[in-house]
Design a protein around this ligand. Structure first.
Ligand SMILES: C[S@@+](CC[C@H](N)C(=O)[O-])C[C@H]1O[C@@H](n2cnc3c(N)ncnc32)[C@H](O)[C@@H]1O
Length: 416
């Protein structure tokens, strides 16, 4: 419980959850898979419940405790609501944890959690009293989704609070979908077919348990993310740019789809290394460069690209169930910052696209400002651009559900 609380405290202090968890695993390589999974699950579910634990603790605390203790209380409240039958164990674990980290606060934690337990029947009323805790999102986030998705906003918010699905991409160059599914079934892993090369697992499993992963027959990639390479549809012999490439999931998919000459750019050197590792496992090859894709002089040789994937940095609001820390870390004004960055990127990349070429704009956001509004302004600025329809619409806002994450796609063609 203390480890999960450390992760939650790191987010409350402004840190990135995934990075902190990776550092924790690095420092505890001896942890069995079950411990890794338990720490992860507790931290992630606590953070998904934005505002709910606070609503409970607000009624019981007289003054704000130190961040680690606040985090520990949030984790404990989460455990109490998830597993009421083991409530006393959860309280004891929290008290033991604070005794190790801050012994002077042991009595306070014990008192607050025992009070919480006594009044558990009141929690629903406390949580339901505010929109923030009722939906478990910051108020600005709720407003944005409500404004752009008046019909679906509650469903989108609710799905973002659930555990995400796990999908695999089958490398059709190395095996068939049915062969991959049979191999999974033999290992006791149930999977259903979602598309020509996509399998949805009935339950998420540790990557190390996936048969064929190390050999490059399957990769872990959300079913929505797998739409990108399909929509860009590169053909053999083409010159392709993957402009924002790390960790390289879509780079690999593009290379599995056709024999192309691919340049993968990535701004962050550390993240760029992960592209190489991914491609190596799959036996694929691309030129990988660390560069700001907007700074054409630093990386472009002047030869135009037939296809460009612009999988731009964004709010990640379509994948919030995988990264619940973003509910705590993002601010409303950050969205305009992302939109500005996205505009710079697409305007720069457009110059490198061949006449008749296609650029696929992708975000994992459900906010209009980063998606349809961004592309409408792009079309206003570029008279030589047109949208190539996706499923009979000019663009595609994929909303997150039980099978895939939330993504936005716009396919832009440059006049020949
Ligand atoms: C949405 S992620 C890309 C995910 C990746 N396409 C995949 O499928 O695995 C966006 C990436 O763009 C990188 N990035 C942000 N600004 C960039 C820029 N100006 N030039 C190149 N890469 C950039 C970020 O570091 C991040 O790795």
């Amino acid at each position: 419980m203390l480890r999960a609380a450390e992760l939650v405290a790191g987010v409350i202090e402004g840190g990135n959850l995934t990075d902190a968890f990776e550092r924790m695993l690095e420092a505890h390589r001896d942890w069995p898979e079950s411990t890794r999974g338990a720490v992860r699950d507790l931290a992630w579910t606590t953070l998904r419940d934005f505002g709910r634990g606070d609503a409970v603790l607000d009624r019981l605390l007289h003054s704000p405790p130190p961040t680690l203790v606040q985090a520990l209380l949030l984790v404990a409240v989460q455990r109490l609501s998830q597993r009421p039958a083991q409530a006393h164990t959860a309280v004891d674990q929290a008290v033991q944890a604070v005794a190790t980290a801050m012994p002077g606060l042991k009595g306070m934690v014990n008192g607050v959690l025992r009070n919480a337990l006594r009044q558990q029947s009141e929690w629903a009323g406390w949580i339901g009293a505010s929109r923030v805790s009722a939906h478990a999102y910051p108020a600005w986030w709720i407003e944005r989704i409500r404004a752009s998705l008046p019909e679906q906003w509650e469903a989108v918010l609710a799905v973002g609070n659930q555990r995400p699905p796990m999908a695999l991409r089958v490398n059709l160059r190395r095996c068939t979908l049915e062969a991959a599914r049979a191999e999974l079934a033999a290992a006791g892993i149930e999977a259903k077919r979602l598309g020509d090369a996509t399998l949805l697992l009935a339950q998420p499993v540790a990557v190390a348990r996936l048969p064929g992963y190390a050999e490059g027959r399957v990769s872990v990639q959300d079913a929505g993310a797998q739409q990108a390479a399909r929509l860009l549809a590169p053909r053999d012999g083409e010159r392709v740019l993957d402009a924002c490439a790390a960790p390289g999931g879509k780079t690999a998919h593009l290379l599995e789809s056709a024999d192309v000459e691919l340049l993968a750019l990535e701004l962050e050197p550390q993240r760029a290394q992960r592209i190489g590792a991914n491609l190596e496992r799959l036996g694929l090859r691309a030129e990988i460069r660390v560069a700001d894709c907007c700074d054409l002089r630093s990386w472009w040789d002047g030869r135009p690209f037939d296809r460009i994937l612009a999988d731009v940095p964004c709010s990640a609001s379509g994948v919030v169930r995988r990264h619940p820390d973003i509910k705590w870390l993002r601010r409303d004004e950050d969205i305009a910052g992302f939109a500005k960055q996205q505009r710079r990127i697409v305007d720069a990349l457009w110059q490198t696209l061949a006449p008749g070429g296609t650029m696929l704009y992708v975000t994992c956001s459900v906010f209009e400002q980063e998606n349809a509004a961004q592309i409408a302004r792009f079309l206003d600025r570029h008279a030589d651009a047109e949208c190539v329809p996706i499923h009979a619409a000019s663009d595609c806002q994929l909303l997150p559900d039980a099978e895939h994450d939330g993504f936005y796609f716009a396919r832009l063609r440059k006049q020949a």
